[in-house]
Design a protein around this ligand. Sequence first.
Ligand code: SF4
Length: 575
Amino acid sequence: MRINTSLEVSEKTKKDQGLVTIIMNNNILMIYPESPTTYWSMKHALPFAGKKAQLPPLGLITIAAMLPAHYNVKLVDINVSQLTDSDINNAGLILISAMIVQKESFDDVVKRCKKAGKTIVAGGPYPTTSYKSIEGVDHFVLNEGEITLPRFLRDFENGSAERIYTDESKPDITGTPVPRFDLLDIDKYYSMVLQFSRGCPFNCEFCDIIEMFGRTPRTKTPEQFIRELDTVYQTGFNGALFIVDDNFIGNKAAAKTLLPHIAEWQSAHGYPYRLFTEASVDLAEDDKLLEMMVRSGFDMVFIGIETPVEQTLIYMQKPQNTRIKLIDSVRRIQNAGLEVTAGFILGFDNDPEDIFDLQINFIKESGIPMAMVSLLMALPKTQLYRRLIREDRLLAESSGNNTHNFYLNYIPAMDKETLVKGYKRVICAIYNPEAFFNRCLKMLRHTPLRLMARREIGFPELRALFLSIIKQSFSRYGYYYLKYLLFALIKSPRFFPESVRMAIIGRHFILMTRSMLKNDRIREKEKKRVMLKEKELAGIMSATNKASASSPAMTPMSIRSSSLRLITVHSHDIQ
Ligand code: SF4
């Protein structure tokens, strides 16, 4: 049976395993699932700025810009607003994009939309790496949307859409349209986002970026990037702007071509944006590039340091981190005027026994306030993942949450208990309030006044300062907080709003660490209690069985189920 599928009449019929689904309208609902509370989420810091989420879903608003004009697009980011039944019911088609860390919310959204009888299309990093294990999705539009989305749309509009659209080729992104910032509830985000490049030339074993986006960085043109900057500016947003590239300097020549355009634009508009991005550590080797970034308004950069141990860096295929002593690299970047935030990983096969102290000491000495320490995680589509499968050491898929999580999805070379215990010791040491504020002070001593950050102190800054003083001065760590603020005020009054921002971020890390360690202690206590109960039950049953040979014996299996019920009840109580 061939049914009229033209979009002009707003009706499409799809035959799928004997089922007929009718799309009654051209309303596309884009959904961005909820991200869990992690170190990255800044959940404890965002209310100070009156914001609901750190970043908007750039992938979805870029895809939205690629859709033909005859679709009406609505975006619901569950991190900043509710997904209502009427949103779902009004939709003709549902598009979901997610990262691995959002998979729990992703599954809930899929179930809800499926129940409402909707056709679901999924894309983004989580579906791209894990689509084989995802249920309930009608169509997967994977890899980069510039290639796969038009193919899906063509087939969908012809009534012949397939289940999976995948293509490993890497599109030229100079044709990528300006993202639909108009779909965002802009005031709910702390930072806006733009992308200049995709891909990274390096070859770190644990990295999925190079497999998803390739090792030859592709960039937008400066004119294209400035058009995007203009579009963000037209929304009225000012403040933080994250350049989401996985390695902004993956193509240094292209970055150097772009930066004068950004500097000129910022200067012409009164420097409305504090820029931050991610870059490889070889940024420290290029004084000119550093100077150009600062001149353009960058004031922070995330670096993947991973470990201070050279042989481990070689082992993980990250030799670029060994060319200059890492502590010197951090100092050079700070001295140029950029705050360094960094990632550190524990759990590599050749981590030495004293790796925990080495990491703690490095983080302390370097003056990196925001140090994201995680346990190694084997992500799908990485060289590490494939090696662990070959070595029969992969235990499960990754949760995507690699910080403040004691979960390992592989068998580590180091004893697991030692590794997890050591990890807890590291986060405990670096996120105790005194250590955090001391690192902030160290960073301030090494980072000269950022000439480009010319933001006025307006209501949001005053509000954040007021809330911060009220909440943090009288907290258990009030002394260290006030000492830090006083120093920051004396050193640079103009930099003061940024100093307050760092103190507020510190609160997030301090509270996250405390609650995580507390929950862990409760879990451990509960586990011990249940084990004790199991033992007691086993003892009672064995005595009863001996005393009455005629009565039915409680089997080890039934003892185990009683205990499991206990665990279930008490885990629920904890939550
Ligand atoms: S430098 Fe970063 S983005 Fe590049 S391969 Fe290594 S981990 Fe991946």
